[in-house]
Ligand binder design. Sequence first.
Ligand code: BDR
Ligand code: CA
Length: 310
Amino acid sequence: MDRRKVILDCDPGHDDAVNIMLAGRSPKLEVLGITVVAGNQTLEKTALNALKVVEHLGLDLKVYKGCPQPMVREKQTSAEIHGESGLDGPVFAPLRGKIEDKHAVSYLVETLMASDGDITLVPTGPLTNIAMAMRMEPQIIPKIKEIVLMGGCYQLGNVTPAAEFNIYVDPEAAHVVFSSGVPLVMVGLDVTRKVQCYPSVVERMRSIGTKAAHLFADMMEFFNKTQKEVFGWEGGPLHDPVTCAYLIDPSVLTVKEMYSEIDHFGGQSYGRTNCDYFGQSDKEPNSKVAIDIDVEKFWDIIEEGIRNYS
Ligand code: BDR
Ligand code: CA
């Protein structure tokens, strides 16, 4: 079976870490590398978190450190959800390896330029690295097969009524990516809020009994605690893994083609993804926006992803 080549661009982050776990041993995906950006925590922390997850799971994957701050805005983190380390909860062994010397943006440019146009980018953090790579070498744009990103919403935001965290942190970068012409799948809060990781789900996964299963459960127990404090939910929405779940089995999502653009003008709705759900503009769709998710199928995909680790 042909495995789909992906690069995970992330800011771990509990749900980013689960996405690494899901993709890392999937027979449907070939992870070429992990690029990291500042977002849920500082770049130093998110990069170390990515490496910790990779080593804990025994994955043979390189981690590249990218941009430490957004293109224009001041840096913002999400410590109230992900904790001081950005991945509070589980206990990790001391690191054995190290982060690659090459900058993530250079890695993206070099890897895409050398490719046959068969690489899918999976950003689950602010889009700074991807936008910087597009600006550094515009010739990568036609080389990108597709971008399947977690970010945005056509309904309500989670940082402001209008905006979702990943887009809000770097709206200018999101604008570069959304207007690039690359085929885009936007996996936004509209669907990720439907996959709430209730304690019953945590127990279901923990009972698999492996190291990966315990990592999942330890992370989700912390994540659920902060999600309850901040949003009042019993189960935190497992946003980022919806991207790779979709790549593993596209039938998990219902998507609708829409023209989407980013409000990067700095007003009340700064960072909003304006998605033309009803086709009221005369603009050609530039994105497939996720509008529904098969929740049961999603948890089955997550369980299978954990079971891929022995
Ligand atoms: C997004 O924000 C981050 O906190 C999560 O990791 C996810 O990528 C959800 O808005
Ligand atoms: Ca993330």
